[in-house]
Every structure is written in structure tokens, then in C-alpha cells.
Design a protein around this ligand. Sequence first.
Ligand code: XLS
Ligand code: CA
Ligand code: CA
Length: 441
Amino acid sequence: MAYFNNIQQIKYEGAASTNPNAFKFYNPAEKIGDKTMEEYLRFGVAYWHTFVADGTDPFGAGTMVRPWDKFTGMDQAKARVEAAFEFFEKLNVPFFCFHDVDIAPEGDTLRETYQNLDTIVAMIKDYMKDSKTKLLWNTVNNFTNPRFVHGAATSNNADIFAYSAAKVKKGLEVGKELGAENYVFWGGREGYETLLNTDMKLEMDNLGRFMHMAVDYAKEINFDAQFLIEPKPKEPTTHQYDFDVATGYAFLQNYGLQDHFKFNIEANHATLAGHTFEHELRYARVNGMLGSVDANQGDPLIGWDTDEFPTDLYATTLAMYEIIKNGGLGRGGLNFDAKVRRGSFETDDLFHAHIAGMDSFAIGLKVANKLIEDQVFENILDDRYSSYKEGIGLDIVEGKTDFHKLEDYALGLTNIENKSGRLEKIKATVNQYLLRTFAGE
Ligand code: XLS
Ligand code: CA
Ligand code: CA
């Protein structure tokens, strides 16, 4: 059965195209530097937003009626698989991502939940045989069901710790079965509302123990996916333990896990943490910890996780700059953890939204690549930090100084000169690159 009858294969038609169902900038085969666009961008579709979400918000019921909604239970889960693979093929997207509960309904018991999962995983595996779309990552949802009210691995209830472990164990088996490139751990309710009833030390130690058991089990079953921590500062808990990359990195180091994980960085989570998207990418990159990206954007006027499709070209450009500098994302990718707005409830909107996101990252890739070819930021940094290339600066970076030597040097200084940071000039240059890349200059 077909679910998107009015949509044909989405193709690249170039910037002048007025066809809403065509890529204007994403041209998978086009070479950018030493890779094709498809190799750099490694786009993924998020199962939960695209095939499960119905537009429900805290003030109103769902607005989206999908063709698979005429079914319920396992029949609906099977219809979603059929629709998903039709969608992936029509969009020509190389990857998808899911939580366990997105693909199969929970049963009355954990055993029954496993059975439902096994049925759908077998079906997905079958579809994957005839599809080029692979699993970028899977994860488990240990936050929606009321049993996770106090968290999962950080719950005060040891039974919930065990239950959560069982679900992750199954998640790792599912990832192996479907050849997942990565496995994601987003904190869910791993955090707290108030210290008045929270043993922070025990909760964090337990989270460390949990992650070690996950690493051990993946090794035991030879599941070689890259493990990713996805930071988020708040929502649903007030204080999430994996606040941002820096906090997550400290956690991994404290518990001796840093060699087993990288980060999955979500744009909207970065902004919720009071950072830019590129800040989080840079922090991970310079520490060798950039693994994958949840490509979306937040609304700067609203302080919550709106998961919008990415269309801000300035942000996609600076993000792609980090990704190119990282040599690409390796086994990671750009997963659209993004949802159409509640008012965009027609099925075609799902295609338009992904096309908008893919084109926005294709533009970002082209502009960032040009900025790098011309060494725009590299020259700025070279000049700005030139004091560390000779004299006392070189001694500092080569570790040849101490406070005595620096004091002697400072006492001998008669005149200290600073240079302008030239921020406005730099921003104007970025604008010029954004406009000129597509003017063919
Ligand atoms: C929620 C997170 C979540 C993770 C996967 O805010 O973004 O969807 O990506 O559990
Ligand atoms: Ca996410
Ligand atoms: Ca989010």
C-alpha cells in the first residue's frame, strides 16, 4: 500500500526551481571538497516526529491525521513501517532513527513489549534489505511511561533502574540486529526537580554504573556502534545531569567513560543551555568528542524545546564549518530531530519540512566550504593570536615559562598594545560569503 500517492521521487532541480517537491540546493552527488554532499550530510529522518507525533501540545489535541492512523496497535505499527520506507525512498534519505516505543507499542508486560518489538524489528530488517536507508541510531524511551516519573538509571527506585537496564539491553540487541551505526543515550528524566529530596551523588554514581554496564553488554554481543550522549540542560527535569557538552564530558571523565562515548549535539538543546549550536559543536570537536548531530532549531523568543526544522542559514553555515573542520561526522549524521508545526498538519508538510532542512544544510555546507577554502576564519585567528608565535607567547605555549619568568617580562614592559577584534567587519564578510556563494562569484 502507498501512503504518499501524490508525491513523486524528490529530485534536485537547482536554485531556480519553483517546485515545492524538489531540492533547490541539496544535490547528493555534487562534490564539495573531497566528499560528495551525501557523504558530508548523512541526513536522517526521526521516526517519532515524522511517523508518530500528531501535533498534541499542552493546550490542545493532535491536529495531524496521517494515513496510517486508520489502524491501531500492531497494525498501525506495521503501517508506519510501510509508510516510513516509502517516505525514505521518495526523499532519498540515507538514514533514520527511532526510540523503541516509536516503532512498536508497549505491551502489558516487559515480555510482551519485547515480542512486539521483535515482530516490528523483523519487518524493518526485511524492508532494509531492499532499501538504501540505514539506521543512523536507535535508543530507548525511558521517560514517557509513568513508571519513569523519578527518572530511569537515576531513579530512587532500584526496580526502575533494573527495568531501564533491561530496556537498554534490548535496545542494544535491536541496534545490532538492524546494523545501527550509533546508539544514543539522551538523559530523559535523568536529572532532578529539587535537592530537597534528591541524593545527587548516588544518582550520578548510578548513572555511571549504568553506562559501564551498557558498554560491557555491547562488547559482550559484539555490537560495535558508536555510543553517543545527547546533552540537554532542562526539560523535562529542571536540572538535567547532561546539561551541555562540557558537563557531559566532565561526567564521562569522572566515571572513566570518555573513551567509549562521543556526543550527539542538538541545536535546540544548545540554545536551551544558553549556548550557540556552534559553541557545542566546537567544544566537542576540539576535545575529539563530536559524534553526531540532531539538526533542528529553537525559537529564540521562546524558552523551550520547539524542535523546528532548521532553516537559519547562518546557523547551518557555522555548524557545517565545525563539521568540515572535524573531517565530517564519521559514523554520525544529521538527524532531523524536528517536527512540523502544529498548524502544518497536512502530510505533504512532512516532505516540505525535510526538503527545507536538507536544502538549508546543503547551503551551509557550500558556504562553509568556501569560507574554509579561502581560509577566512583561519587568517583571522592567525593574525589575532600572532603574539603566541614568537617571543614570550611562544615560550608560554611551549611550556617554557613560569610565574617568575612572566613577572620579569611584565616588569620590563613599557607599552602594551591591543588590536581591534573587528567583529562587525567579520560579520559583514560572512554575509558576503552567504550571498556570493550562490551568485556564482
Ligand atoms: C528530546 C531529545 C530526544 C532524543 C532521543 O528532547 O531530543 O528526542 O534525541 O531520545
Ligand atoms: Ca534530540
Ligand atoms: Ca529536542
